[in-house]
Design a protein around this ligand. Structure first.
Ligand code: SF4
Ligand code: SF4
Length: 135
């Protein structure tokens, strides 16, 4: 099984298409939606993990293209250099996915990579530059 992270871009005319339904049903893919910004009057964006066999993922991406949608694969990842972190929480204020949170008991930062949509906002927000992008 393979896992990729992908952003789909929907033109205004296509935002009502049940794309994820078909990816799951017709291509046997597991879809984990990380972020959805869909507005009926303009372009929509959906960020998701796609898990399946290599063949099914390739077929699913071709299906997306055939529907007239654009997509972008995320090849980078976010690295938290924990030893340099002072747990100030500034990055949690900008994180749109909830990947960065303060632990309610210890008030230490926690980072859930699975939820990260690689928007890089935390990289800009961290005053100590301990959030970095790796390729
Ligand atoms: S902004 Fe930087 S120093 Fe502050 S909690 Fe986040 S990673 Fe740690
Ligand atoms: S890149 Fe940083 S701000 Fe963006 S989702 Fe990932 S952890 Fe949150």
């Amino acid at each position: 099984m393979k896992k990729i992270k992908v952003a789909l871009y929907f033109p205004a005319t296509e935002v009502t298409k049940p794309i994820t339904y078909h990816l799951i049903k017709d291509y046997d893919l597991q879809i984990n939606i990380l972020n959805a910004d869909i507005n009926l009057n303009r372009q929509g964006k959906l960020v998701m993990d796609m898990i399946g066999t290599e063949w099914n993922i390739e077929a699913g991406l071709k299906y997306i293209e055939d529907q007239g949608l654009k997509y972008k694969l995320f090849t980078k990842s976010i690295i938290w250099q924990e030893e340099g972190c002072v747990h100030c929480g500034a990055c949690t204020a900008v994180c749109p996915s909830g990947a960065l949170q303060m632990d309610k008991e210890s008030w230490n930062l926690t980072f859930d990579k699975e939820k990260c949509m690689i928007c890089e906002l935390c990289v800009k927000a961290c005053p100590l530059k301990v959030m970095c992008v790796s390729v």
